[in-house]
Design a protein around this ligand. Structure first.
Ligand code: OOG
Ligand code: MG
Length: 257
């Protein structure tokens, strides 16, 4: 087993066992590049796919100032979505399956066409079948939710789960939709889709380019999460988490111990 394979096993095991690990850049991985980190991510997700969880899309991250400021990492990054990460709208999750999960409001694209390489925002939009309000559950496998760019990329960019709300045709202007994320009816996060690169479609344009560079271009039928519009909020047992987005409606889940 080489170093990359060893780190892929470590982050995969940590995610599976909901067990915090120390940053790989501080435990033998000081010299890893961002490219190495994406290779660790690829191999860790390959292990998951071999256990039967197929790929359903891609998540983008650090596409808003609020997220960049909260986490102190300013490079846009991405991760792989697999079917075992899907949380049903209105469903529930157990804290026991996570290390220290947080939730963030996002918007998600469902693709009707493959989307390859460098595209314009209009070409990206033309590949979209539907859009929906969504929430991502992020759960860094690193102690104290602390990481460098290399660490977080290797750890599938903290992605852990996602929930999608009602789907709409993309002929709605979704450039600046207000949103409120609440716990048990009390607002916790307030924002707008405009916080995502000025317009969330830009996140899909970037996703197409990253996916192409990785040799795994975006496929028809895949979902692409655009990235958090606000900072993320820690999840607590007993929370009923709901996000309401202007025009697109509500998406929700509950948290148990
Ligand atoms: C990294 C993932 C960032 C987003 O939407 O910006 C992300 C993290 O914050 O742990 O998912
Ligand atoms: Mg996110």
């Amino acid at each position: 087993m080489n170093k990359i394979q060893r780190f892929a096993a470590i982050v995969d095991d940590a995610a599976r066992q909901a067990q915090a690990i120390s940053q790989i850049t501080q435990s033998g991985g000081a010299k890893l590049s961002v490219e190495d980190a994406y290779e660790i991510q690829r191999q860790s997700i390959e292990r998951r796919v071999k256990r039967g969880a197929h790929r359903v899309g891609m998540k983008m991250g650090f596409t808003s100032r609020a997220k960049i400021i909260q986490m102190g990492v300013s490079d846009m990054l991405w991760g792989r979505l697999t079917v075992d990460m899907v949380v049903e709208d209105g469903g529930s999750i157990s804290l026991a399956n996570f290390v220290h999960p947080r939730v963030e409001p996002e918007i998600v694209f469902l693709l009707k066409k493959d989307l390859v390489g460098t595209v314009t925002p209009l070409q990206a939009l033309d590949a979209v079948e539907a859009i929906a309000p969504a929430m991502e559950i992020i759960d860094s496998r690193y102690e104290n939710f602390k990481f460098t760019l290399v660490d977080v990329v290797a750890d599938n960019s903290s992605s852990s789960g996602f929930v999608t709300g009602p789907w709409h045709r993309p002929d709605i202007d979704f450039s600046n939709l207000g949103l409120v994320l609440s716990f048990n009816g009390q607002p916790r996060l307030i924002g707008s889709t405009a916080a995502i690169l000025g317009h969330p479609i830009r996140s899909l344009v970037s996703a197409a380019r990253f996916a192409q560079e990785a040799g795994e271009p975006l496929k028809a039928g895949w979902m692409v999460m655009a990235g958090g519009a606000t900072a993320a909020e820690p999840l607590v047992a007993g929370a009923h988490v709901e996000m309401e987005m202007q025009t697109l409606g509500r998406v929700a889940f509950s948290v148990t111990a």
